[in-house]
Design a protein around this ligand. Structure first.
Ligand SMILES: *Cc1c(COP(=O)(O)O)cnc(C)c1O
Length: 413
């Protein structure tokens, strides 16, 4: 048996799907729309799916295909589809698995737009979503019935930073023959081997850690090849022809193609570079988070700190078990009041006031007044958002500079 390569080796040395005409060592950006064929038979074969060939860049593109191959080689997955954003990945994946009249079991501790997609948009299409506490196994079990098609949750919730026992939840879902779909945006493949914990499909925003420096918006759907898709009514027409690839086939040939949320070649180019240096950036970011976390915990003006990489955090044991002790680069802190949060944010110089996560720059935001502003106060509280909470997305700057910036801003509140 050949030993599976390390993350970075696998990423950097993913073979180009075809030899480049100029022997380019780096995958070029194929920016065009259409691809020419030698003969009418060739174009027929391509359209009939008898021969793999690119025909039109909304349905497939060489630079995007290479990104998919890279993500496949670092994750060991069976199938990968790249899309225009994380939200496109989530919506396309769920739409491929659920039919009208069926339901999804999920949590209300989700990224705001994911929550709104489930709560509002899918509801209009006759898909019920049952929101439960993923930490409560009995609640999860009770919500599942014979119309449940998917158990959907985040590996680490954003911004509550809660961890769940993924394997335990996957076992419950699999006992009832339900697919496990997780949003693994906060825990990219370098730290999370999803197949080991029973995840069938990963959806992720590649905008965050993978893009490397917030250069491009993108998303991906990753099929681990673990679920028997013949159990899913929405895939019944697909399993006959595509067998274990039924899910990826339906996404690619129907949902993704018809909704048109394709990734551009330029985005794929940034992601190809970002994937190669992901491990270096994640390691630096986690080191910074731990150092900052310890600094915040000791500071008298900070009332609470949440980062599952800290030994004092309730998520620490699960973060070691599931994410090699590298639970991403997002942390939250609480100050005494909303006013002190604003005063503190406004006094920062190196840390930037912006949404987004896992930029190389450290970013700070007050979720209550921004990302969650469309929800009423009761809903926000139910979703674990407080008006005293700040979300810090830690970058890769030298940590002493970050601490100095936080120190002077905290002195002024
Ligand atoms: C950002 C984010 C998304 C959405 O991704 P986009 O690329 O912005 O569409 C989904 N889930 C989580 C956890 C995120 O942080």
């Amino acid at each position: 048996m050949t030993q599976r390569k390390g993350y970075t080796t696998a990423s950097i040395h993913t073979k180009l799907p075809k030899n480049d005409a100029y022997n380019a060592l780096h995958m070029p950006v194929y920016d065009g729309v259409a691809y020419e064929f030698e003969s009418s038979q060739d174009i027929e074969d391509a359209f009939m799916g008898k021969k793999m060939a690119h025909a039109y860049s909304r349905t497939s593109n060489p630079t995007v295909e290479y990104f998919e191959k890279k993500l496949q080689s670092v994750s060991g997955a069976q199938g990968v589809v790249a899309l225009s954003s994380g939200m496109a990945a989530i919506s396309n994946a769920l739409m491929a698995l659920v039919e009208s009249g069926a339901n999804i079991v999920s949590s209300n501790h989700l990224f705001g737009h994911s929550y709104a997609l489930l709560k509002t948009t899918l509801d209009h299409w006759g898909i019920e979503v049952r929101f439960v506490d993923m930490g409560n196994v009995d609640e999860v079990k009770a919500a599942i019935d014979d119309k449940t098609r998917v158990l959907f949750f985040e590996t680490i919730t954003n911004p509550q930073l809660e961890l769940v026992d993924i394997k335990k939840l996957a076992d419950i879902a699999h006992q009832k023959q339900i697919a496990v779909v997780v949003d693994s945006t906060l825990t990219p493949p370098y730290v999370f081997n999803s197949v080991e914990f029973g995840v069938d499909v990963e959806v992720m925003s590649t905008t965050k850690f993978i893009s490397g420096g917030a250069a491009a918006v993108g998303g991906a759907i990753v099929d681990n090849g673990t679920f028997d898709w013949s159990k899913v009514p929405a895939l019944s027409n697909w399993t006959e022809k595509f067998k274990e690839n039924a899910f990826t086939a339906r996404v690619r040939k129907e949902i993704f193609r018809h909704l048109g949320a394709c990734m551009t070649a330029h985005t794929a180019h940034f992601l190809n570079l970002g994937l190669d240096i992901l491990a270096l950036r994640v390691d630096r970011c986690v080191e910074n988070c731990v150092a900052l976390g310890e600094y915040f915990v000791a500071h008298e003006n900070i009332t609470s700190v949440s980062y599952p990489g800290l030994k004092s955090d309730p998520g620490y044991a699960l973060s070691v078990k599931q994410f090699s002790g590298k639970p991403g680069g997002v942390m939250t802190i609480d100050l005494a009041s909303k006013e002190s949060c604003y005063k503190f944010m406004d006094a920062l110089n190196i840390v930037r006031r912006a949404t987004n996560l896992n930029d190389n720059k450290t970013l700070i935001i007050h979720p209550w007044s921004t990302i969650y502003s469309e929800f009423c106060d009761e809903e926000k509280i139910e979703m674990g958002i407080r008006d005293t909470m700040l979300r810090v997305s830690v970058g890769i700057e030298e940590v002493a500079d970050l601490i100095a910036d936080f120190e002077s801003a905290l002195a002024g509140i």
